[in-house]
Ligand binder design. Structure first.
Ligand SMILES: NC(=O)C1=CN([C@@H]2O[C@H](COP(=O)(O)OP(=O)(O)OC[C@H]3O[C@@H](n4cnc5c(N)ncnc54)[C@H](OP(=O)(O)O)[C@@H]3O)[C@@H](O)[C@H]2O)C=CC1
Ligand SMILES: O=C(O)[C@@H]1CCC=N1
Length: 284
């Protein structure tokens, strides 16, 4: 096993896919010591890609190897394989009862993870988190839920770590709210990417080059989000300030409302929230 440096926690990622990369990459860019980051990944091609990108971060195809001696273990595999992964790691984790366990898997409930761990003599400290991919550039948003045995110190540590990659961290008091966080922000980047694709493509149809249409779309999205964050006006007021009576925006908003855009977006968020709940029962 690799040696570690200083008193930063040793963090082991189980699964090194898109979301693990977003969090690991964000921590790495923020100066978390490389020697205190590790990941396991079964797929050779993916492991090689990650190891070229993060050359001094220890990696292995063995989940057991990376969790040994880890202070924090982050489960970052797909919901459908989490049960097998957790059961496979249980005996190794029982030898490290002080490790803080964090699951980022959509849907899967903490009671199921604890059941799969099957610890007899202690209750593992487990936190469920739903971050999003902009964590890779330090612009993530996440909801967090802690089981009752998690200590204030562990919550602070989790806030500090995820706070370095996510600008919004919101602890929820009941686990079911993590499904709603998933519907709004976990899946949320994809909604905005889809809208940006559609707006840029429409800009091309209206006569712009793709390059210009994309640049204008992205900056408009960024500017609107930053303005909404920094302004004292609420979202409705900000929208109305763009919308001159009988002007161009009004024509666009009428077109969108005619197609029932509010309901379309509402249904999308509820569909993702419900799918998160369904994943829990599907892979139990
Ligand atoms: N992507 C996102 O925006 C977000 C994802 N999440 C959650 O994060 C988790 C990971 O998602 P994402 O990164 O997108 O998924 P990915 O499929 O990109 O990453 C998971 C990786 O883990 C690998 N893997 C599978 N089984 C094992 C195993 N037994 N041991 C080690 N590695 C394994 C997978 O290989 P293989 O491809 O062969 O399965 C894959 O490379 C999911 O549970 C998802 O719900 C949460 C928030 C946002
Ligand atoms: O689509 C998914 O299931 C994962 C969880 C949230 C974002 N991506």
């Amino acid at each position: 096993m690799v040696s570690t440096s200083n008193d930063a926690p040793v963090i082991a990622f189980i699964g090194a896919g898109n979301m693990a990369e977003a969090v690991l990459g964000g921590l790495y860019s923020n100066g978390h010591p490389e020697s205190n980051l590790r990941f396991s990944e079964l797929v050779d091609e993916r492991r090689n890609y990650m190891s070229e990108k993060y050359p001094n971060v220890f990696n292995s195809a063995s989940n057991d190897q990376v969790v040994q001696g880890a202070d924090i273990v982050i489960f970052a595999v797909k919901p459908q394989v989490l049960q097998t992964v957790v059961k496979g790691l249980a005996s190794t984790l029982h030898k490290n009862p002080s490790a803080l366990l964090i699951s980022i898997a959509a849907g899967i409930e903490t009671t199921d993870i604890l059941k799969w761990l099957g610890a007899k003599d202690y209750e593992p400290c487990l936190i469920r988190i739903m971050p999003n991919t902009p964590a890779l550039i330090g612009e993530g948003a996440t909801g967090l839920f802690a089981t009752s045995v998690v200590t204030p110190h562990q919550k602070e540590l989790t806030e500090r770590l995820f706070g370095s990659v996510c600008k919004v961290l919101s602890w929820v008091d009941s686990e079911s709210k993590i499904d709603a966080v998933t519907g709004v922000s976990g899946s949320g980047p994809a909604y905005f990417f889809l809208m940006m694709e559609a707006i840029a493509n429409a800009g091309v149809e209206a006569g712009l080059s793709l390059e210009d249409a994309k640049a204008l779309t992205l900056q408009t999205c960024l500017g609107a989000a930053r303005m909404a964050q920094e302004s004292e006006d609420d979202l409705t007021t900000l929208r109305k300030k763009v919308t001159s009576p009988n002007g161009t925006t009004e024509a666009a908003i009428k077109s969108m409302q005619g197609a029932n855009i509010e309901n379309i977006l509402r249904d999308a968020v509820i569909a993702a929230t419900n799918r998160s709940k369904e994943l829990a029962t599907q892979f139990r």
